[in-house]
Write a protein that binds this ligand. Structure first.
Ligand code: SF4
Length: 702
């Protein structure tokens, strides 16, 4: 804590790796809050893992019992609006409501003035009579204004926020009595017909601690507003990121931009209904892009591929060696007109004009919802596609999906951002200091490079629990290269090791595979020989339900994908599971985006194979380490963690060369990793669990 405190005092960034159960959250929060108190700053702690949010609330509550701090848990409007409207609509509703409330207040004041003047004129004052006549005129005008506003759209919840000061004072009293969850706030506000979200925004100003989601800090637009609500400059904020190994992917998503074929269709419909000299130019350029998009994905389909497009977005290949992508080429081919730039400018200007009109119509109650201008959105996207599509770190993508309702296949264009530091670099530079914590954030220099962090202080703490209560094995089963997965000998050897591990475990075993297909393959093979119950996690299966059935069992194995939902943020405490297996080195399937990230990293970072190492190998090993951390969650837990693939072993390092991943594990974990012949796994496990008296009776015969 002292090191974190000193680093934050100096305005540095901290990379903090601590195994599960090492109390990372408190170790970061306590010194961060101390610095914030001394330097009048606000601590913002963020996560993208739902379960962690609950954990933060518990930690924040514990801190508020000891220290008088004001802590708020903040969530996006979409889940907190009481009348389910979007961002733009809410904005217009609030403007109208505020105008109405102000007009009513002015009316009440004038009404009082009018009464006073009446009394004075009845007492004989002529000047009062004249003044009253003027006030009556003003009142008449105001009444008309109020009638208009009442007919327009207003939000009653927000109106009560503005009018019922007694209720809002009570709300803030209640809010800061404890750390309230967004659900509690919603319920409290709903019962009193207030808007909890807007009150919470007001309540943010000057608080000591905010718990929120990644996007409040990673999305550049949301971040700007968020800091405004806090009443803080970025420099007054200490940012703490939990599960920080996820920041890389999350930042990439926040930096990417997309526009669907539907948006282009709506823009063209919008333009067809608009009378304006700019409509032809705008429609010309947007139609050419839309047609090029359709042509691009249609041309990419091989025989039967169109029919097999599913509900989720699937990328189609569009990249070309040494020239622009297929969509841009098709667009340039399809476009004929005075000039793309000029037409896009016309589209953008017209879009802005339409957008202002929609805003006005909504405010005045002419429309029940706030229309969003599709022309503006489509034009801005095409301009970005043409101007930035070849920028380093941006990768143009086309994807398709099937509308489950209409069965139609439609496409989307996306400028995928490969380099997360485009988003994170600015953030880390702007805030006062940052703590990035995770159980798997090493190698530190890679995290620093990828996220654009400077002046970092790094610290790592391994599992603090007694070492003799766990074993970590690198079992030298054959390397499960993708090309070897169908090899019967490899399958038999891998199956045997899994079977031994399950059999020798006095309780449940969690087995992670490179994908759901491999999980299903070995689950089926195990079914026929083990007396343990075999649970198979499949995509689309409720993971929590499966987890509950599994942990309720006494001798079971759960086969799942390392890239599924059970590998992270889900704990298996105590007797929930004793052994965890990671089968193979579970490299993800490398699609074009992943290749683009690798290429971008190769260019952006010095060194050999940085693309592969930074973008594939290191994230895979981090994920593997996350999976290993699902068991042994307290000092009392006893368990075995086994990596089944010789690429993990120290012994095989020299003959496997660059295929070995042993060196990618942090030093302290490598030290714990014991190389083991597959035939010896059952003996090693029997001895280990036997020594800890874990078998109910005699251990199984090896
Ligand atoms: S003010 Fe609150 S309740 Fe009203 S529209 Fe906005 S978020 Fe929804």
């Amino acid at each position: 804590m002292d090191r974190i405190y000193n680093s934050l005092v100096r305005g540095q960034n901290v990379l903090f790796e601590g195994a599960c159960g090492t109390g990372k959250t408190l170790s970061a929060l306590v010194p961060a809050l101390e610095v914030a108190r001394e330097q009048d700053k606000t601590v913002v702690i963020t996560t993208n893992v739902h379960q962690q949010m609950r954990q933060f609330v518990a930690e924040a509550r514990a801190i508020t019992r000891e220290e008088s701090i004001r802590a708020v848990v903040f969530k996006g409007k979409s889940s907190m609006c009481h009348i389910d409207v979007g961002y733009e609509e809410c904005q217009a509703l609030r403007d109208n409501t505020r105008a109405l409330v102000e007009a009513e207040s002015d009316h009440a004041q004038l009404e009082q003035r009018q009464r006073d003047l009446l009394a004075e004129s009845q007492a004989g004052s002529e000047s009062a009579a004249d003044a009253r006549a003027a006030v009556m005129d003003e009142l008449e005008n105001l009444e008309e204004q109020i009638d208009d506003l009442e007919e327009a759209n207003v939000c009653d919840h927000y109106r009560n926020n503005l009018l019922d000061t007694e209720a809002t004072d009570e709300f803030f009293g209640w809010l800061f009595e404890d750390v309230r969850t967004p659900d509690e706030i919603y319920e409290y506000a709903d019962q009193r017909e207030l808007c909890g979200y807007e009150l919470l925004k007001e309540g943010l100003e000057g608080v000591d601690l905010v718990v929120c989601n990644y996007h409040h800090l990673l999305d550049p637009m949301i971040r700007e507003q968020f800091f405004r609500w806090l009443g803080r400059d970025p420099d007054d904020v200490i940012a703490v990121f939990d599960e920080a190994h996820n920041v890389e992917d999350a930042a990439r998503d926040h930096a990417s931009r997309e526009c669907s074929e539907r948006t282009f269709d709506s823009a063209l419909d919008e333009l067809a209904e608009t009378e304006d000299p700019r409509t032809d130019d705008a429609a010309n350029v947007l139609e050419a892009f839309r047609d090029a998009l359709v042509e691009t994905y249609e041309d990419s389909f091989g025989f039967g591929q169109r029919e097999s497009v599913g509900d989720n977005w699937e990328d189609v290949p569009i990249s070309n060696e040494n020239r622009r992508d297929d969509l841009t080429l098709a667009f340039l081919q399809a476009y004929s007109g005075q000039g793309i730039e000029g037409d896009l400018e016309a589209a953008r200007k017209l879009g802005q004009h339409l957008d202002e009109k929609y805003e006005e119509a909504y405010r005045e109650g002419e429309t029940a919802t706030r229309t969003e201008c599709q022309t503006l959105e489509a034009a801005a996207f095409v301009a970005a596609w043409m101007d930035e599509g070849t920028d380093q770190g941006l990768y143009p993508v086309v994807s398709v999906r099937r509308d489950a309702g209409t069965d139609e296949v439609y496409g989307q264009a996306e400028l995928y951002s490969c380099l997360p530091r485009h988003v994170t670099g600015q953030l880390f530079e702007a805030v006062s200091g940052t703590v990035l914590m995770s159980a798997t954030i090493q190698p530190f220099e890679v995290t620093e490079n990828v996220l654009g962090l400077e002046e970092c202080v790094t610290m790592a703490y391994g599992l603090q629990f007694p070492e003799d209560r766990r074993r970590t094995y690198a079992v030298e089963t054959p390397a499960l290269f993708a090309s070897a997965r169908d090899d019967p000998d490899v399958q038999a050897a891998v199956e045997e090791a899994i079977y031994d591990a399950v059999r020798m475990t006095p309780g449940n075993t969690l087995a992670f595979f490179p994908n759901y297909g491999e999980a299903a393959r070995y689950a089926e093979r195990l079914e026929s020989r083990t007396d343990a119950t075999v649970y198979l996690d499949e995509p689309g299966v409720g993971a929590e339900e499966l987890r509950q059935q599994f942990v309720a069992d006494e001798h079971a194995v759960c086969c799942t994908s390392l890239w599924g939902t059970l590998a992270e943020g889900v704990s298996f405490d105590g007797d929930d599971a004793h052994t965890v297996l990671v089968v193979g080195v579970p490299y993800p399937h490398l699609d074009d985006r992943a290749e683009a990230v690798q290429e971008a990293y190769d260019v952006a970072f010095e060194g050999t194979d940085t693309g592969w190492r930074y973008a594939v190998e290191i994230p895979t090993v981090r994920k593997t380490r996350q999976a290993l951390g699902r068991v042994i969650r307290s000092p009392e837990d006893v368990g075995v963690r086994a990596l089944l693939d010789r690429r993990y072993s120290r012994r095989a390092k020299s003959d496997l060369g660059t295929y070995s991943v042993n060196g990618t594990f942090p030093h302290e974990e490598r030290e714990e990793l014991l190389d083991l012949d597959p035939e010896k796994l059952k003996f090693a496990m029997m001895n280990f669990y036997g020594d800890h008296d874990r078998y109910a009776g005699e251990p199984p015969a090896p």
